[in-house]
Design a protein. Structure first.
Length: 268
């Protein structure tokens, strides 16, 4: 029994010594960390150049993070920022001023959309004038537009259907980011034209009228705007209110056709 008590006391003493040593090391470690922090603060106070270097590195890192986050929506090193349309190439400048007047949009941000339409159109082999025509008819260049059926943004993309295409831009809310919506919309338009085999049939697919009897005048309206933009790009004077009237939704039309007709009629 005494042997057992001796062993128990030895174990108890060993545990107490181990615990005390651990606590001592922990306190010492925290003390060292505190001393190190105080030393760094004093060094920064004594040597402003070190502080300036630290601040500059922090600012540089923040810029790098911002660049990384926005790189997905950059096109040819340009972002969707306002710019002076007078500084654009002659053709793009004429388009920016004309579209700004027709749709009642400030020419500076609209000029950036014109630049992006040309850049994306070139990379995806889609006529930039067609892209601009679709934007005009679909949203009137309102990046926050939303239709009753859920089409959103500049190109009125059906976000719920094409949500996978917005993943690289951060998710579905990117539908209201002009650059992201423009890129996704052009990608959808390109796919529609490629599958359908022609621009007109591609536009019918884009508006969701492939299997319907009519498209509510959508294709005619886009193609008419496309022709007007072509004339503007050539330097001709084109009236702002020029264009064919839209056919009204006829009696007996399917609900889908009536919805498309209403959607098109509500656009500028």
């Amino acid at each position: 029994m005494k042997e057992v008590e001796r062993v128990a006391k030895s174990l108890q003493l060993m545990f107490k010594d181990t615990t005390s040593g651990f606590l001592y090391l922990a306190r010492s470690g925290f003390t060292l960390i505190g001393v190190a922090i105080v030393g760094c603060v004093l060094a920064l106070a004594q040597y402003p150049e070190i502080q300036n270097l630290g601040e500059s590195r922090l600012v540089e890192w923040l810029h790098e993070r911002q660049d990384a986050l926005t790189s997905l929506v950059r096109i040819d090193n340009r972002q969707t920022n306002a710019s002076d349309p007078a500084e654009l190439p002659k053709q793009q400048s004429a388009l920016a001023f004309w579209l700004a007047k027709k749709y009642g949009v400030a020419p500076e941000p609209l000029s950036a959309l014109v630049v992006q339409a040309y850049a994306i159109g070139s990379s995806h082999k889609v006529d930039p004038l067609l892209i601009l025509a679709v934007m005009g008819v679909e949203s009137g260049f309102n990046p926050f537009a939303q239709s009753p059926v859920g089409a959103q943004g500049l190109m009125q993309v059906m976000t719920t259907i094409h949500s996978d295409k917005y993943e690289r831009f951060g998710g579905k809310l990117a539908a209201f980011d002009p650059a992201a919506n423009l890129r996704v919309g052009v990608l959808v338009l390109q796919e529609c034209i490629k599958r359908a085999g022609s621009v007109e049939e591609g536009l019918r697919a884009y508006v969701g009228a492939t299997n319907l009897e009519g498209d509510g005048g959508y294709v005619d309206k886009v193609m008419a705007e496309y022709a007007r933009l072509g004339a503007v790009a050539e330097g001709r004077k084109v009236p702002l209110n020029m264009g064919p009237s839209l056919p009204a939704a006829h009696e007996g039309a399917t609900p889908a056709v009536a919805t498309i007709a209403t959607r098109v009629a509500e656009t500028p």
